[in-house]
Design a protein around this ligand. Structure first.
Ligand code: GTP
Ligand code: MG
Length: 304
Protein backbone atom coordinates (compact mmCIF):
# COMPACT_ATOMS: atom_id res chain seq x y z
CA UNK A 1 0.00 0.00 0.00
CA UNK A 2 1.37 3.41 -0.95
CA UNK A 3 1.96 6.06 1.67
CA UNK A 4 -0.94 8.18 0.49
CA UNK A 5 -3.44 5.37 0.71
CA UNK A 6 -2.11 4.24 4.07
CA UNK A 7 -2.57 7.77 5.26
CA UNK A 8 -6.07 8.31 3.92
CA UNK A 9 -6.84 4.84 5.24
CA UNK A 10 -5.55 6.07 8.60
CA UNK A 11 -8.11 8.84 8.56
CA UNK A 12 -10.97 6.62 7.42
CA UNK A 13 -12.78 6.63 10.75
CA UNK A 14 -12.57 10.41 11.04
CA UNK A 15 -13.76 10.83 7.47
CA UNK A 16 -16.65 8.40 7.78
CA UNK A 17 -17.92 9.97 10.94
CA UNK A 18 -17.68 13.41 9.36
CA UNK A 19 -19.48 12.21 6.23
CA UNK A 20 -22.34 10.77 8.29
CA UNK A 21 -22.89 14.08 10.05
CA UNK A 22 -22.67 16.09 6.84
CA UNK A 23 -25.09 13.75 5.08
CA UNK A 24 -27.58 14.31 7.87
CA UNK A 25 -27.14 18.01 7.32
CA UNK A 26 -27.59 17.65 3.55
CA UNK A 27 -30.77 15.63 4.04
CA UNK A 28 -32.60 18.84 4.64
CA UNK A 29 -31.56 20.05 1.21
CA UNK A 30 -28.50 21.93 -0.06
CA UNK A 31 -29.77 25.36 0.94
CA UNK A 32 -27.19 27.58 2.64
CA UNK A 33 -29.12 29.18 5.47
CA UNK A 34 -28.55 29.86 9.15
CA UNK A 35 -29.44 26.29 10.04
CA UNK A 36 -26.82 24.98 7.62
CA UNK A 37 -24.06 27.13 9.11
CA UNK A 38 -24.98 26.07 12.63
CA UNK A 39 -25.07 22.43 11.59
CA UNK A 40 -21.69 22.72 9.89
CA UNK A 41 -20.16 24.33 12.96
CA UNK A 42 -21.54 21.56 15.16
CA UNK A 43 -20.19 18.90 12.81
CA UNK A 44 -16.73 20.45 12.94
CA UNK A 45 -16.83 20.57 16.72
CA UNK A 46 -17.91 16.92 16.86
CA UNK A 47 -14.92 15.98 14.73
CA UNK A 48 -12.68 17.27 17.55
CA UNK A 49 -11.48 20.37 15.76
CA UNK A 50 -12.44 22.33 18.85
CA UNK A 51 -14.85 25.23 19.27
CA UNK A 52 -12.48 28.03 18.31
CA UNK A 53 -11.29 26.38 15.10
CA UNK A 54 -14.86 25.45 14.16
CA UNK A 55 -16.07 29.03 14.62
CA UNK A 56 -13.08 30.41 12.75
CA UNK A 57 -13.55 28.00 9.82
CA UNK A 58 -17.28 28.67 9.57
CA UNK A 59 -16.74 32.46 9.74
CA UNK A 60 -14.25 32.30 6.89
CA UNK A 61 -16.59 30.17 4.80
CA UNK A 62 -19.51 32.51 5.47
CA UNK A 63 -17.50 35.48 4.24
CA UNK A 64 -16.30 33.58 1.23
CA UNK A 65 -19.78 32.40 0.48
CA UNK A 66 -20.99 35.99 0.17
CA UNK A 67 -17.88 37.16 -1.68
CA UNK A 68 -17.76 34.32 -4.17
CA UNK A 69 -21.49 33.74 -4.42
CA UNK A 70 -21.65 30.10 -3.43
CA UNK A 71 -24.83 28.60 -4.82
CA UNK A 72 -25.43 25.85 -2.31
CA UNK A 73 -24.03 23.61 0.41
CA UNK A 74 -21.93 21.67 -2.13
CA UNK A 75 -20.03 24.82 -3.06
CA UNK A 76 -19.35 25.44 0.62
CA UNK A 77 -18.20 21.87 1.18
CA UNK A 78 -15.89 22.12 -1.83
CA UNK A 79 -14.25 25.12 -0.18
CA UNK A 80 -14.09 23.46 3.24
CA UNK A 81 -10.91 21.44 2.53
CA UNK A 82 -8.99 24.52 1.57
CA UNK A 83 -10.22 26.46 4.59
CA UNK A 84 -9.22 23.65 6.96
CA UNK A 85 -5.84 23.30 5.25
CA UNK A 86 -5.23 27.01 5.86
CA UNK A 87 -5.65 26.54 9.62
CA UNK A 88 -2.34 24.66 9.75
CA UNK A 89 0.99 26.26 10.49
CA UNK A 90 3.96 25.89 8.15
CA UNK A 91 7.38 24.69 9.20
CA UNK A 92 6.78 21.13 10.39
CA UNK A 93 9.15 19.62 7.81
CA UNK A 94 12.05 21.79 8.89
CA UNK A 95 12.12 20.42 12.43
CA UNK A 96 13.48 17.03 11.40
CA UNK A 97 14.67 18.16 7.99
CA UNK A 98 17.84 19.86 9.15
CA UNK A 99 20.54 19.11 11.73
CA UNK A 100 18.94 18.99 15.15
CA UNK A 101 18.69 17.56 18.61
CA UNK A 102 15.06 16.58 19.06
CA UNK A 103 13.41 15.76 22.37
CA UNK A 104 10.16 13.84 22.33
CA UNK A 105 7.84 14.69 25.20
CA UNK A 106 4.28 13.84 26.12
CA UNK A 107 1.95 12.03 28.46
CA UNK A 108 2.27 8.31 29.21
CA UNK A 109 1.67 6.00 26.30
CA UNK A 110 1.22 8.71 23.66
CA UNK A 111 3.69 6.99 21.31
CA UNK A 112 6.98 8.79 22.03
CA UNK A 113 9.28 5.77 21.97
CA UNK A 114 7.64 4.23 18.90
CA UNK A 115 7.76 7.53 17.03
CA UNK A 116 11.39 8.09 17.99
CA UNK A 117 12.21 4.66 16.54
CA UNK A 118 10.25 5.22 13.33
CA UNK A 119 11.95 8.58 12.77
CA UNK A 120 15.38 7.07 13.42
CA UNK A 121 14.70 4.48 10.73
CA UNK A 122 13.39 7.00 8.18
CA UNK A 123 16.30 9.36 8.73
CA UNK A 124 18.88 6.57 8.63
CA UNK A 125 17.38 5.28 5.37
CA UNK A 126 17.61 8.81 4.01
CA UNK A 127 21.36 8.67 4.61
CA UNK A 128 21.60 10.70 7.78
CA UNK A 129 23.77 9.98 10.80
CA UNK A 130 21.36 9.36 13.64
CA UNK A 131 21.81 8.63 17.32
CA UNK A 132 19.10 7.69 19.81
CA UNK A 133 19.18 8.63 23.49
CA UNK A 134 17.07 6.86 26.08
CA UNK A 135 16.05 9.75 28.29
CA UNK A 136 13.32 7.59 29.83
CA UNK A 137 15.20 6.09 32.75
CA UNK A 138 12.02 5.61 34.72
CA UNK A 139 11.08 2.17 33.44
CA UNK A 140 13.53 -0.62 32.57
CA UNK A 141 11.19 -1.74 29.79
CA UNK A 142 11.38 1.69 28.18
CA UNK A 143 15.13 1.40 27.75
CA UNK A 144 14.82 -2.08 26.21
CA UNK A 145 12.01 -0.88 23.96
CA UNK A 146 14.18 1.89 22.50
CA UNK A 147 17.09 -0.54 22.14
CA UNK A 148 14.89 -2.76 19.99
CA UNK A 149 14.03 0.23 17.80
CA UNK A 150 17.71 1.18 17.55
CA UNK A 151 18.46 -2.31 16.21
CA UNK A 152 15.60 -2.14 13.72
CA UNK A 153 16.74 1.25 12.50
CA UNK A 154 20.40 0.20 12.67
CA UNK A 155 21.49 3.29 14.59
CA UNK A 156 23.59 3.81 17.69
CA UNK A 157 21.87 4.31 21.05
CA UNK A 158 22.99 5.74 24.37
CA UNK A 159 21.23 4.27 27.38
CA UNK A 160 21.96 3.97 31.09
CA UNK A 161 20.42 1.76 33.74
CA UNK A 162 17.01 2.41 35.16
CA UNK A 163 16.94 5.19 37.75
CA UNK A 164 19.81 7.17 36.17
CA UNK A 165 19.49 10.90 35.87
CA UNK A 166 17.73 11.58 32.54
CA UNK A 167 19.60 14.86 32.09
CA UNK A 168 22.95 13.02 32.22
CA UNK A 169 21.78 10.49 29.65
CA UNK A 170 20.85 13.39 27.35
CA UNK A 171 24.23 14.99 27.97
CA UNK A 172 26.05 11.77 27.11
CA UNK A 173 23.90 11.24 24.03
CA UNK A 174 24.78 14.67 22.67
CA UNK A 175 28.46 14.07 23.46
CA UNK A 176 28.44 10.71 21.69
CA UNK A 177 26.51 12.23 18.79
CA UNK A 178 29.23 14.81 18.40
CA UNK A 179 31.90 12.08 18.35
CA UNK A 180 30.20 10.14 15.56
CA UNK A 181 29.19 13.27 13.62
CA UNK A 182 25.45 12.73 14.11
CA UNK A 183 23.24 15.27 12.34
CA UNK A 184 20.10 14.03 14.05
CA UNK A 185 20.03 13.31 17.78
CA UNK A 186 16.70 11.83 18.87
CA UNK A 187 15.98 11.74 22.58
CA UNK A 188 13.10 9.79 24.10
CA UNK A 189 11.77 11.01 27.45
CA UNK A 190 9.60 9.40 30.12
CA UNK A 191 5.86 9.90 29.82
CA UNK A 192 4.41 12.31 32.35
CA UNK A 193 1.10 13.94 33.03
CA UNK A 194 0.97 17.63 32.17
CA UNK A 195 -0.72 18.08 35.55
CA UNK A 196 2.20 16.67 37.55
CA UNK A 197 4.26 19.69 38.49
CA UNK A 198 7.24 17.68 39.84
CA UNK A 199 7.64 15.73 36.63
CA UNK A 200 7.14 18.82 34.50
CA UNK A 201 9.89 20.55 36.46
CA UNK A 202 12.17 17.56 35.91
CA UNK A 203 11.53 17.87 32.19
CA UNK A 204 12.31 21.58 32.24
CA UNK A 205 15.63 20.71 33.88
CA UNK A 206 16.40 18.10 31.22
CA UNK A 207 15.64 20.63 28.49
CA UNK A 208 17.83 23.25 30.09
CA UNK A 209 20.78 20.82 30.34
CA UNK A 210 20.27 19.83 26.69
CA UNK A 211 20.18 23.46 25.59
CA UNK A 212 23.42 24.22 27.46
CA UNK A 213 25.29 21.25 26.02
CA UNK A 214 23.77 21.36 22.53
CA UNK A 215 26.00 21.62 19.47
CA UNK A 216 22.97 21.63 17.14
CA UNK A 217 19.62 23.46 17.28
CA UNK A 218 17.33 21.95 19.93
CA UNK A 219 13.73 21.13 19.01
CA UNK A 220 10.99 20.08 21.40
CA UNK A 221 8.30 17.92 19.93
CA UNK A 222 5.13 16.94 21.74
CA UNK A 223 3.69 13.53 20.88
CA UNK A 224 -0.10 13.41 21.22
CA UNK A 225 -2.33 10.35 21.00
CA UNK A 226 -5.21 11.36 18.70
CA UNK A 227 -7.61 9.03 20.50
CA UNK A 228 -7.48 11.31 23.55
CA UNK A 229 -9.30 14.02 21.56
CA UNK A 230 -9.81 17.28 23.39
CA UNK A 231 -7.67 16.11 26.31
CA UNK A 232 -4.78 16.10 23.85
CA UNK A 233 -5.39 19.78 23.36
CA UNK A 234 -5.18 20.40 27.08
CA UNK A 235 -1.91 18.44 27.23
CA UNK A 236 -0.52 20.45 24.35
CA UNK A 237 -1.40 23.71 26.06
CA UNK A 238 0.31 22.74 29.32
CA UNK A 239 3.43 21.29 27.71
CA UNK A 240 3.70 24.36 25.51
CA UNK A 241 3.42 26.69 28.51
CA UNK A 242 6.16 24.82 30.35
CA UNK A 243 8.54 24.19 27.46
CA UNK A 244 7.72 26.45 24.52
CA UNK A 245 7.32 23.63 22.01
CA UNK A 246 8.51 23.65 18.41
CA UNK A 247 6.05 21.17 16.96
CA UNK A 248 3.63 18.34 17.45
CA UNK A 249 3.34 14.74 16.28
CA UNK A 250 -0.09 13.15 16.29
CA UNK A 251 -0.16 9.36 16.66
CA UNK A 252 -2.77 6.60 16.50
CA UNK A 253 -4.73 8.36 13.79
CA UNK A 254 -5.43 4.89 12.41
CA UNK A 255 -7.70 3.96 15.28
CA UNK A 256 -9.87 7.01 15.84
CA UNK A 257 -12.48 9.37 14.48
CA UNK A 258 -10.80 12.22 16.32
CA UNK A 259 -8.44 13.30 13.53
CA UNK A 260 -9.76 16.85 13.87
CA UNK A 261 -7.55 17.24 16.93
CA UNK A 262 -4.67 18.15 14.59
CA UNK A 263 -6.62 21.20 13.43
CA UNK A 264 -7.40 22.22 17.00
CA UNK A 265 -3.76 21.97 18.12
CA UNK A 266 -2.49 23.92 15.13
CA UNK A 267 -5.14 26.59 15.55
CA UNK A 268 -4.95 27.08 19.33
CA UNK A 269 -1.22 26.81 19.78
CA UNK A 270 0.07 27.96 16.45
CA UNK A 271 2.33 24.92 16.25
CA UNK A 272 3.30 23.00 13.12
CA UNK A 273 2.60 19.29 12.75
CA UNK A 274 5.87 17.43 12.25
CA UNK A 275 4.71 13.89 11.43
CA UNK A 276 1.69 11.64 11.80
CA UNK A 277 1.58 8.15 13.29
CA UNK A 278 -0.81 5.84 11.48
CA UNK A 279 0.08 2.45 12.94
CA UNK A 280 2.48 0.51 15.12
CA UNK A 281 4.90 -0.57 12.41
CA UNK A 282 8.22 0.83 11.31
CA UNK A 283 6.72 2.32 8.16
CA UNK A 284 3.63 3.82 9.77
CA UNK A 285 4.92 7.34 9.99
CA UNK A 286 3.62 9.87 7.53
CA UNK A 287 4.83 13.30 6.46
CA UNK A 288 2.30 15.97 7.18
CA UNK A 289 0.69 17.78 4.28
CA UNK A 290 -2.02 20.28 5.18
CA UNK A 291 -4.06 19.79 2.00
CA UNK A 292 -3.79 16.03 2.08
CA UNK A 293 -4.77 16.00 5.72
CA UNK A 294 -7.79 18.24 5.21
CA UNK A 295 -8.91 16.10 2.27
CA UNK A 296 -8.42 12.92 4.29
CA UNK A 297 -10.47 14.36 7.11
CA UNK A 298 -13.35 15.73 5.09
CA UNK A 299 -13.46 13.70 1.86
CA UNK A 300 -15.47 14.70 -1.19
CA UNK A 301 -19.10 15.63 -1.32
CA UNK A 302 -20.08 15.37 -4.95
CA UNK A 303 -23.50 16.48 -6.14
CA UNK A 304 -25.80 13.51 -6.50
N1 GTP B 1 -2.29 2.13 16.31
C1 GTP B 1 -1.21 2.83 16.63
N2 GTP B 1 -0.52 2.51 17.74
C2 GTP B 1 0.57 3.25 18.05
C3 GTP B 1 0.98 4.34 17.26
N3 GTP B 1 2.09 4.88 17.85
C4 GTP B 1 2.33 4.14 18.96
N4 GTP B 1 1.42 3.15 19.09
C5 GTP B 1 1.30 2.14 20.16
O1 GTP B 1 1.00 2.79 21.37
C6 GTP B 1 1.58 2.12 22.47
C7 GTP B 1 2.42 3.08 23.29
O2 GTP B 1 3.51 3.51 22.48
P1 GTP B 1 4.90 3.96 23.10
O3 GTP B 1 5.75 4.39 21.96
O4 GTP B 1 5.44 2.96 24.02
O5 GTP B 1 4.40 5.23 23.91
P2 GTP B 1 5.27 6.14 24.90
O6 GTP B 1 4.75 7.52 24.75
O7 GTP B 1 6.70 5.94 24.66
O8 GTP B 1 4.83 5.54 26.31
P3 GTP B 1 5.54 5.83 27.75
O9 GTP B 1 7.00 5.77 27.52
O10 GTP B 1 5.02 4.76 28.63
O11 GTP B 1 5.07 7.18 28.16
C8 GTP B 1 2.40 0.98 21.87
O12 GTP B 1 1.64 -0.20 21.92
C9 GTP B 1 2.60 1.42 20.42
O13 GTP B 1 2.78 0.34 19.54
C10 GTP B 1 0.22 4.67 16.08
O14 GTP B 1 0.48 5.61 15.33
N5 GTP B 1 -0.87 3.89 15.83
MG1 MG C 1 8.20 5.49 25.95
Amino acid sequence: MGLFSRFTEGLTKSRESFREDINLLLNRGPKVDEEFWEGLEETLILSDMGGYSAVSIVDKLRNESVRKGYRDAYDVLDALNETIANEFVEGGDEILGSDAIVLFVGVNGSGKTTTCGKIAKQAKDAGRTVILGSGDTFRAAAIEQLEVWAKRADVEIVSRERGSDPASVCYETIERGEQIGADLVLIDTAGRLHTSSDLMRELEKVVSVVRKRANLPVKLVLVIDATTGQNGLQQAREFNLALDLDGVIITKLDGTAKGGIAVAVAHYLNLPIVKLGVGEGLEDLKDFDAHEYAAGLVGDFGRE
